[in-house]
Design a protein around this ligand. Sequence first.
Ligand SMILES: CC(C)(COP(=O)(O)OP(=O)(O)OC[C@H]1O[C@@H](n2cnc3c(N)ncnc32)[C@H](O)[C@@H]1OP(=O)(O)O)[C@@H](O)C(=O)NCCC(=O)NCCS
Length: 277
Amino acid sequence: MAITVRPATSTDRSATAEVIYYAFHQLDERHDIPAYMNSMEDAEIVASHLYGIPKIYGFVAEDAGQVIGIGFLHDLGEVGMGISPLAVSPNAQARGAGQAILDCMIEYAGGASIRLLQDAFNNGTLALYSRYGFVVREQFTCVKGSPVASRTALTITRDTDPAGTAKLFHRNIMGFNRPSFPRRPLMAYRGLSLAGFIAPGTEYPYAAADNETTLIALIAEMATVMGAPITVAIPASHSQTLRWMLDRGGRVIRSMNLMVRGPYSHPSGAYLTSGSY
Ligand SMILES: CC(C)(COP(=O)(O)OP(=O)(O)OC[C@H]1O[C@@H](n2cnc3c(N)ncnc32)[C@H](O)[C@@H]1OP(=O)(O)O)[C@@H](O)C(=O)NCCC(=O)NCCS
């Protein structure tokens, strides 16, 4: 039978969870790395966050009436679209389903920039996305740790920000506005000038700062406020921040490539990513 792709509907939710669970489980097992999802319940939670949510568009690939693959496109506003996740059932892989879903998502995006996070260990997806015109724009090292705040000349506050200075600061460093922005990020001031901020993100806290020293002060403050280990996705080029986390007992848990198809503007300061943006 030929593989066909159609938009996902709410009745595809449990099939989506199954595809995600088995595809990622097999991938992690094959690479001998800790499971990204420990149970079908974990996959069902992931699937529940993909349906019935505005600006998330799902696609399923079918073969003989069976769902064998899924792909979800997220409208990220000014920055473009994001893919997460894309998965094909292990017994249906390497027969073109992944590419058929990608074709539909690219067509649906209609020329908008598309981005995704690709596991750096995964040779197959690096090849697949590269052939589709995605370019590695940054590598992120995810580090988990509990660094404590040290002395800083900066003043770090968590006041409300009615004038939207942090939002404007983000735009200046990152080159785009986020679809939503917290009312009370942690903000670092040098004298009266905003030098950076950090905020809880979808997967990881995100931050923008004038330099890595400010970024480090913000991570330390957030870890202290949380009182529990935090995981941050640090651009691989931020060697000072990476070393600082590692010197305080941080553990690298994952390495990911930001791959972008279409326009991309590189941040002009220090930053952390919340996921693909
Ligand atoms: C990634 C995934 C969705 C791809 O789906 P699929 O249906 O297996 O992929 P397709 O058959 O459409 O295409 C895969 C292509 O990559 C190519 N490829 C795979 N590994 C490769 C490698 N090491 N070097 C070069 N090309 C490679 C294949 O040759 C194939 O192209 P071809 O058909 O022209 O030969 C699927 O393998 C999967 O679910 N993996 C586990 C979850 C995952 O990694 N998801 C992506 C998260 S970003």
